[in-house]
Design a protein around this ligand. Structure first.
Ligand code: DNO
Length: 340
């Protein structure tokens, strides 16, 4: 059981995280190295020593961001892939076992409201497709993204991606994975690709990690055991086409990292994030955990986005209280199902 922690600038102290029952480690990252450059050993060491001092493991990194030139397949990608491999070696040396990353062009996760108020007074993230279409992609930034581009850069990127089809993007992912697998073999680090959130194309940009079919394609193209998944229930679950219980069962052993959270559909496509409890939303959280356990899942778990509750005004999705409740709930599910 792990907890996402945004490094020294996170207002949640490691000591609080440690107090959550059964919490074995944090999921974190080096945040002050530009995307595409090598994470220096010294910086990784410093981060790890903070975790060590709090008696928390640092075995999962989320994320090592992938440079846009790799995603769009520019000639400069080889240099960035080499850097990425170098970072993997440095991380492996520091005891990291799993690297979470995504392959979404330009934008990471998208929501239209970061503080939607529920009748009980809590606030959570929500997605409204009609509202999203009104947003200007050239002027968009959400908290927690690894990249933040200026309007000009965004414009340039959106232009560049006009020629990148789904097939091209997929080939570029395969090229990237093949390029870094030798480093993963050497360092014994598992790559865990995060699904696109939400799992459909955005602003004309292709998205390719959207469900079961993508999982099949990705494992088939790069069967190396170090090529695996971050199973994010809230991201995959936003598409009604995805049967999460069956995916969890089928890929349990390839899922190296599970992000578990609940969503409630507001209509066919729009959704609001709720507390983790199965009954609080539309995803079969207990069924998913059961499928993971019975399928032989042996990876890291973290409670994903929480609401802001009890007067907390935390980073949207990443406050302390509701994620701690989520961890406690997930602990209960795992413990009960493992003992069954
Ligand atoms: C959002 C997160 C994502 C995730 C990246 C992984 O809360 O799940 O930002 O960290 O997509 O690279």
């Amino acid at each position: 059981m792990t907890f996402r922690w945004y490094g020294a600038d996170d207002c949640i102290p490691l000591a609080y995280i440690k107090q959550i029952p059964n919490m074995s480690g944090v999921v974190t990252a080096v945040y002050d190295t530009p995307v595409g450059e090598v994470w220096e050993k010294e910086k990784i060491k410093k981060l790890k020593s903070m975790c060590d001092a709090a008696a928390l493991e640092m075995e999962v990194i989320e994320s090592v961001p992938v440079h846009e030139d790799i995603k769009s397949g520019k000639p400069s990608r080889d240099r960035y892939i080499e850097n990425y491999a170098h970072t993997i070696l440095n991380l492996g040396e520091a005891g990291v076992k799993c690297v979470c990353y995504n392959f979404m062009p330009v934008f990471d996760w998208l929501r239209t409201d970061l503080k939607k108020r529920a009748p009980d007074g809590s606030t959570g993230l929500s997605y409204d497709h009609a509202e999203l279409l009104k947003l200007d992609p050239k002027n968009l930034h959400l908290p927690g993204w690894d990249e933040s581009y200026t309007a000009d850069e965004l414009y340039g990127l959106l232009e560049e991606y006009k020629s990148v089809t789904h097939e091209k993007l997929f080939d570029n992912l395969v090229y990237f994975l093949k390029g870094i697998m030798p480093a993963c073999d050497k360092a014994n680090v598992n790559m865990a690709i995060h699904p696109d959130d939400p799992p459909w194309d955005m602003f004309g940009l292709p998205r390719i990690v959207t469900g079961q079919e993508s999982y099949e394609k990705i494992t088939k193209a790069v069967p190396n055991v170090h090529n695996g998944f971050t199973f994010c229930t809230g991201s995959l679950g936003a598409s009604r086409d995805n049967d999460l219980v069956s995916m969890a069962k089928k890929y349990a052993k390839r899922i190296y990292f599970a992000h578990i959270r609940q969503i409630k559909f507001d209509n066919e496509k729009d959704f609001t994030e709720t507390g983790h409890f199965t009954g609080a939303g539309d995803l079969d959280i207990i069924g998913i955990v059961r499928a993971l356990v019975n399928g032989g899942f042996d990876g890291y778990v973290r409670p994903d986005h929480g609401r802001n509750i009890w007067g907390e005004d935390g980073k949207p999705g990443y406050g302390l209280f509701d994620r701690a409740l989520g961890a406690a709930y997930l602990n209960g599910l795992f413990e009960a199902i493992q003992k069954e």
